[in-house]
Design a protein around this ligand. Sequence first.
Ligand code: SAH
Ligand code: SF4
Ligand code: F3S
Length: 523
Amino acid sequence: MNEKQRLEQQIINKNPSDIKSEKDQDLERIKSTSSDEMIAKYFQTTYQAPNMKDAKKRGKQDTQVHYDFEIPEDMKNIGEGKKFLIRTYGCQMNEHDTEVMAGILADMGYETTYDQQEADIILLNTCAIRENAENKVFGEIGHLKSLKRENPDLILGVCGCMSQEESVVNRILQKHQFIDLIFGTHNIHRLPQLLKEALFGKEMVVDVWSKEGDIIENLPRQRKGNIKAWVNIMYGCDKFCTYCIVPFTRGKERSRLPEDIIQEVRHLAAQGYKEITLLGQNVNAYGKDLDMEYGLGDLMDEIHKIDIPRVRFTTSHPRDFDDRLIEVLAKGGNLLDHIHLPVQSGSSEVLKIMNRRYTRERYLDLVRKIREAMPNATLTTDIIVGFPNETEEQFQETLTLVEEVGFEGAYTFIYSPREGTPAAKMQDNVPQEVKKERLQRLNAVVNHQAAQAMSKYEGEVVEVLVEGESKNNPDVLAGHTYRNKLVNFRAPKSMIGQIVPVKITKAKTWSLDGEMVETAEVR
Ligand code: SAH
Ligand code: SF4
Ligand code: F3S
């Protein structure tokens, strides 16, 4: 019998009443030698680890919708006089999850703080999309160790997409045992219960569901501002692009019911919000999992009639972008003239290995259709360089596609292998210097096109939603145009939250400078 089998046998033979007292001594030994399943059995309620194979499964059963979320009675005032801080990494989905967790904590009596010294709870809402995103989080975990030493009552939690990865949870269990709580993206609604276990139990609480949960409708939200708001329309992703971790960390596609979304948007409009962004990893697949003939186009058509000045949506997948949606977007009004349409590569061969399920030609056809229906629309995209086996010619196809479409902005990335994804099994064989050089060449083209698009605005008057003070200068206000261009201009602070006409005086690559004007012809 080897050491691992011996330990497993010991756990099986234990009398449950002895377990509590022996847990502490055995914890270290068991963690390093026993199997996940055995640890799970031993720690019962406090250990549920992720499993990437389970995360990949797509079950047939329908997603249930619940409207009965409640903070348990004994946790309602637990946070009184205490403060929390949530650090958010990654995409808008995570930003919005943070608003939900902040809402739950506020309902338990906790207050927000931005000063980690005075926080009683610190949560890291993490992103797993690329290796450097993960490295940032591990760096931060390292920094937090000394804070925990100074204040042992501090609760440190790791949640979000990294928690859904087996390797990350194992690394925290082995190397960062001062973390109190790990939970994933599917069980945010259990935060009160998990926090209770972390506050009153001794061991690290690990509760990560590999299978996505149901939709919980009535979660509280503490929104970050009162001008712009996120609205989830669906969760998860079924596309399984070969490089991407998201289908594993966010589970299968689940659409919220149209009436629930519309009610939320109406409510935000009534509260005075000026802009909403409909959120999903692949919003064009909205409704496919619902038992009705209803898609994103239909939903947008209804939202179009709601009295809220601006409606955006992200992120679109070219594959499911249908004619009905184009027809509705062409109606304009509050549906803004900006489409973020990730292409990833301009080479049909690379797209095939990426499992994007469209070719260069089909993408260009879609762009043509969009331009015909919405001649003024801004198009932006996401691109990956250095995917396994990407040749110089294939990369050049990406450059020519960027020029042909005339993207006015792009998020560009170097390919980063993600454990558990199909591409991670391919050889990551484009040398790092080549990847960097391709990224630079691509960025040069993107920047040039962005600057050109901006220069057309000089002397024009645009309508800007004033979102607040500019990041770099509190005397200057900042906001975005209908086509999502950032504008900085001087105006009284009382204009924050209004849509105002601004005359553009100077165009830069990524922003415009201007002056507020009375009224005039706007574009
Ligand atoms: N659902 C969105 C994308 C979410 S991830 C969509 O399909 O468009 C945001 C971007 O990160 C992706 O569009 C892709 O360009 C990039 N990305 C995802 N996985 C990556 C990886 N393994 N390496 C590098 N970039 C990646
Ligand atoms: Fe990832 Fe592809 Fe899904 Fe986007 S569509 S989240 S890139 S798998
Ligand atoms: Fe990152 Fe998860 Fe979003 S991996 S990009 S936070 S869905």
